[in-house]
Design a protein around this ligand. Structure first.
Ligand code: FAD
Length: 443
């Protein structure tokens, strides 16, 4: 049986390797002209646990992230967060990681076709049966959509499959650049700064002095849109307090889109499974897309492998009822946590600036809680800690505490609801779960 992996995203390459090991014929179609010309020539944060879980080596040169320093909307408050050394993320170069995933896939028998543009799905009788690549039809028993945020396959799916598109406020538009370091500027006090609601806008910016002493890593990201005027204003503002940022862009310097769609979306259809950004797995302002995409590739292959060993007939192997189990695994392993953190992060971005200033500056939030927000972990507050918070907050901030408490409750509810994803596929039960999940998010 043949599997087409549309796009050499990291999750797609993991899925390709693992599915080839299950004896499927696997072909990857990637639009970049070659492996070394794939997008995003820089390093990103990845939790090392994913490499252990998948048995994949971390690229040489990866380095442990330093602690974060959060800066409140108008720069008034600075809050340092000390990372737990044992669980800290690593900064991982993308291209060497691509090379590792590619070599593993090729060794497992996967065929790669570079310079191949996937245009749309081929759908027959309620099933995806292939894709159109550069005008020709490539038929497959399963299409794995690893085409990223703007997947043309996802965009062209029939409405009845329930594979929805993202809306305007469901993207995070980010400019990322590594600037030459201004050698004359004094050494910065904080080397890993994140500006929350930078300039009062919905989003973040960061200025990071990584391990390369010659470069400054800068990001300006906003929910919804980022005009060139707003980008220039933001860069100008960052330069005022970060004189190390030079003029010359050495790496990156591109505008990118990260999906920050509500996570409760359909990832499977007959003959179709999405991994990575096309599967709506990224959450706002949290470096998680690489790890969750790779893990999703593994979970998809695991699901197919389990169905094979249960003796599921070949013609049923890639039906939505069988692939649903993959979506369940994703929600159980990390999707539900992402839902909870997504609620928290969107909520925090909606807080008035003054409230965020106060929260960051006061002793109400513990270091551990700031860490949960930064690392994408669920935040739970026990009774003793709640009482401490009430004591710390003066009467004037009581309403803020109630708002924070409501947000925490909402986040935990989202987690529980998401984890309660129907275990088995039943179209009306699954649809009801999805509709309720979306309704809940919008409240
Ligand atoms: C500025 C920025 C910073 C980020 N920081 C982090 C971070 O610190 N940590 C983290 O985990 N994640 C980070 N992410 C998110 C991360 O990039 C994604 O979540 C991750 O790459 C997984 O995406 P993907 O593999 O699904 O898609 P992509 O990485 O977008 O890969 C899709 C692949 O499909 C190919 N493709 C697209 N269209 C076609 C087509 N029509 N035909 C053929 N091929 C096609 C593309 O060329 C690409 O190779 C960041 C993203 C950005 C933009």
């Amino acid at each position: 049986m043949k599997i087409v992996i549309a796009g050499a995203g990291m999750g797609g390459m993991v899925a390709a390797e693992k599915l080839a090991k299950l004896s499927f014929e696997v072909v990857v179609f990637e639009q970049s002209p070659s492996l070394d010309e794939m997008r995003y020539d820089w390093h990103d944060d990845v939790n090392p646990s994913v490499f252990r879980r998948l048995g994949i080596e971390m690229p040489v040169g990866s380095f442990k992230k330093k602690s974060w320093t959060f800066i409140s909307p108008h720069g008034a408050v600075v809050r340092e967060f000390r990372q737990d050394e044992a669980t800290a993320d690593y900064s991982v170069e993308r291209r060497p990681l691509n090379r590792i995933l590619y070599d593993r896939a090729v060794a497992a028998g996967v065929k790669f076709v570079f310079g191949a543009k996937v245009q749309k799905p081929v759908v027959e009788k309620g099933s995806v049966v292939g894709v159109i690549v550069d005008g020709r039809e490539e038929r497959a028993d399963l299409v794995v959509d690893s085409l990223g945020a703007d997947s043309p396959v996802r965009k062209d799916m029939p409405q009845e499959f329930g594979i929805s598109q993202y809306k305007e406020n469901e993207i995070f538009v980010a400019y990322r650049a590594f600037y030459e370091k201004n050698a004359d500027a004094p050494a910065p006090k904080y080397t890993n700064k994140v500006y929350l609601k930078h300039m009062g806008e919905q989003g973040i910016s960061w200025v990071i002095q990584d391990n390369d002493p010659a470069l400054v890593n800068v990001l300006v990201g906003r929910l919804g849109s980022l005009s060139s005027y707003d980008l220039e204003r933001a860069l100008e503002d960052l330069r005022k307090t970060n004189p190390t940022i030079g003029e010359k862009v050495v790496r990156g310097g591109e505008m990118c889109v990260i999906p920050v769609r509500y996570p409760s979306t359909r990832m499977v259809a007959n003959g179709y499974a999405a991994v990575g950004d096309s599967a709506f797995m990224t959450i706002p302002m949290l470096g998680s897309g690489i790890a969750s995409g790779m893990l999703a590739g593994q979970l998809l292959a695991e699901t197919v492998g389990e169905n094979l060993s249960r003796g599921v007939k070949k013609e049923d192997l890639f039906k939505v009822s069988r692939l649903w189990r993959y979506q369940v695994k994703v929600y159980r392993e990390f999707g539900a946590v992402h839902c909870a953190v997504d609620v928290l992060k969107r909520g925090v971005l909606n807080f008035p600036d003054a409230m965020l200033d106060w929260l960051l500056g006061s002793e109400v939030l513990t270091n551990e809680e700031v860490g949960c927000l930064a690392a994408g972990k669920i935040l739970r507050v026990g009774l003793k800690e709640a009482i401490r918070k009430i004591n710390v907050a003066d009467y004037g901030h009581f309403r803020t505490l109630i708002k924070v408490n409501n947000l925490l409750q909402k986040s935990l509810f989202a987690y529980r609801f998401a984890r309660n994803i129907p275990r088995n596929y039943d179209s009306s039960i699954c649809h009801t779960w999805e509709v309720n999940m979306r309704r809940y998010y919008k409240r």
